[in-house]
Design a protein around this ligand. Structure first.
Ligand code: HC0
Ligand code: SF4
Length: 573
């Protein structure tokens, strides 16, 4: 142990502890802009500089360890002055138009500048901001080079967490900036659109393409019938921006809010998550029976970030993907056929909007394989949770005082199995519950497959379904996914069924979810979803009455010809 005195408080910490962590133990906060635990501990922003007695230079607290007897001052005149000058230098290269910034009110830099009382910027300069200052406006991921503070978080998150290395530091000195690596344009790089670089950006340099106006245009068009679906993971996060507790921020309260905004039909993606389970479980059992699993496991196909990753990184393995479309797309295909017929509306007049915790869903809905001549696109527009939160604010909807209202029918009912899709492991668990039923004709205990839950990025479990052993894996985060695939390719592991989600912790931690700087909320949001499953009346996808009606009235059975046409795809587009 090492003894260190910080602002007059002596603490004893293990050797190797950083000054920042030791200060935290003493209850002292040292501000920083760039620090991310285990990912970015490089002292790039120099906001965490502290004064150490006996040292001539100021010392960055986030990446320097304490020494025995060290005496540290975080608020001495020199420390205060250094912090202020360093923030002013960062501001000198930052476009400080806060009123028009998407992160206004949720920006680390804005907060620090305010806290330090920086009311004028003495170092204002007009530096060039790199060749990509004018970014494409069509790609779902948008970057504003003039807002980048070169903290390196996006570089490290994409490289270390997601193993893709889309960003790099280019140029030098005052002209250094972050850009797409190897001089590529973002749309030609292998970006999976997971959005993790956005949720880890401390300022407004990265954001999603804003599609709100297109939703408002559809709402304003009297010839268009708007149909909105709410993804499983949105219910665990949409209320955070309004300070609502999870019990208040229910899907029923969001439904009421969307009704106030004028959406015609409000439905729930958990309905089509249950539908996906019917198709995917049937497909899994077919692959099991035919011996196809000897060539490799079946991969889940519902996370479009993962599908983009597989297509760009391991194109020879795409045949292992389930042919099932994602719940988002199955929802659209069902809305524009079965539902449109039910309400007697020309499907071309239906405008399907999804509320998703995800950026990759914005590109999934545009794929050529996700549309047809009869009705156009399955899903017309995707809004992230953040975009919808902004719409609610713009319309001054007082969400706290809204009553809870049920979704519309018949695409508004989901089971607990559909709800847990939004958490890592949930798709696997839901699929195994129904696969068991399909094989045995009886329900297993609802929690029979809970061994796939957990907070490890790569988990394995073994089950027995009517005498057949099944070896499954659940992985989240693309770095973990790459490790799993490499292990598969080197024959170090072998599975029957693998669930992959691009974002660590699954959709609950998706790149379109509300941002809380430096906090990872995927698993706490995931437990909200598991809690909803636990108290749900229905916990098996095959017991969803609306899904049963859809098969009875329209599709026939899972994997029928019509189901194949509407609900399955080649994953080649
Ligand atoms: Fe997900 Fe989905 S669970 S990908 O994470 O499968 O985005 O929430 O909507 O489609 O249902 C995201 C979340 C979905 C889909 C579902 C799946
Ligand atoms: Fe990398 Fe994901 Fe950001 Fe794309 S969206 S650059 S894959 S972190």
């Amino acid at each position: 142990m090492v003894n260190v005195t910080i602002n007059g408080i002596t603490v004893s910490v293990p050797e190797g502890t950083t000054i920042k962590a030791a200060a935290a133990q003493a209850g002292i906060v040292i501000p920083t802009l760039c620090y991310l635990k285990d990912l970015n501990e490089i002292g790039a922003c120099r906001v965490c500089c502290v004064e150490v007695e006996g040292e001539r230079r100021m010392v960055t607290a986030c990446n320097n360890p304490v020494r025995e007897g060290m005496v540290v001052h975080t608020n001495s005149p020199r420390a205060r002055e250094t912090r202020r000058v360093n923030v002013e230098l960062i501001l000198s290269q930052h476009d400080c138009h806060c009123a028009t910034c998407v992160r206004s009110g949720n920006c680390k830099l804005q907060e620090l500048a305010n806290d330090l009382g920086i009311l004028v910027n003495p170092y204002e300069e007009d530096l060039p901001h790199g060749i990509h200052a004018m970014w494409t406006t069509t790609f779902p991921l948008y970057r504003d080079a003039k807002k980048c503070i070169k903290c390196m978080r996006c570089v490290q998150v994409c490289e270390k967490m997601q193993s893709l290395g889309i960003w790099e530091l280019t140029g030098s000195g005052g002209r250094s900036t972050i850009d797409v690596s190897y001089n590529r344009r973002i749309k030609d790089a292998d970006c999976a659109l997971c959005g993790q670089c956005i949720t880890h950006c401390p300022v407004g340099a990265l954001r999603e393409r804003d599609d709100v106006q297109r939703a408002l245009d559809a709402l304003a068009d009297p010839d268009i019938v708007t149909v909105v679906q709410i993804a499983p993971a949105v219910r665990a996060a949409w209320g955070e921006a309004f300070g609502l507790a999870p019990e208040q921020a229910t899907v029923a309260r969001l439904t009421a809010a969307l009704r106030r905004m004028g959406f015609d039909y409000i439905f729930d993606t958990t309905f089509s998550a249950d539908l996906t389970i019917m198709e995917e479980s049937a497909e899994f059992l077919e692959r099991l029976k035919s011996g196809a699993l000897r060539n490799g496991p079946m991969f889940t196909s519902c996370c479009p970030g993962w599908v983009r990753f597989l297509k760009s990184q391991y194109p020879d393995m795409t045949a292992l993907l389930s042919s099932a479309k994602s719940p988002q797309q199955m929802f659209g295909a069902t809305a524009k056929t079965w539902f449109a017929k039910k309400i007697g509306v020309d499907p071309k007049k239906l405008f399907c909007i999804s509320i998703m915790p995800c950026l990759a869903k914005k590109s999934e809905c545009d794929l050529s394989t996700m549309q047809n001549e009869d009705y156009g696109k399955d899903v017309d527009l995707v809004l992230t949770t953040r975009e919808v939160d902004r719409m609610l604010r713009a319309d001054q909807i007082n969400v706290k005082n809204l009553p809870e209202e049920a979704c519309d029918s018949p695409l508004g009912t989901g089971t607990g199995a559909g709800v847990i899709f939004g958490a890592t492991g949930g798709v696997m668990e839901a699929a195994l519950r129904t696969a068991y039923y399909m094989v045995t004709g009886e329900n297993p205990p609802a929690d029979a497959f809970r061994d796939v839950r957990g907070d490890k990025g790569w988990r394995e479990a073994d089950f027995d379904i009517a005498g057949t052993p099944i070896h499954v894996a659940v992985v989240s985060g693309l770095g973990n996914t790459r490790r799993l695939i490499e292990a598969m390719r080197e024959k170090r592991v072998r599975y029957d069924f693998v669930e992959v989600m691009a974002c660590p912790g699954g959709c609950a931690g998706g790149g379109g979810q509300p941002i809380h700087d430096g906090e990872e909320l995927a698993y706490s949001r995931g437990s909200v979803l598991y809690g909803l499953d636990e108290v749900a009346n229905l916990r098996f996808s095959h017991e969803n009455p609306d899904v049963q009606a859809l098969y009875r009235e329209y599709l026939g059975q899972p994997l029928s010809e019509l189901a194949e046409t509407l609900l399955h795809t080649e994953h080649s587009g």
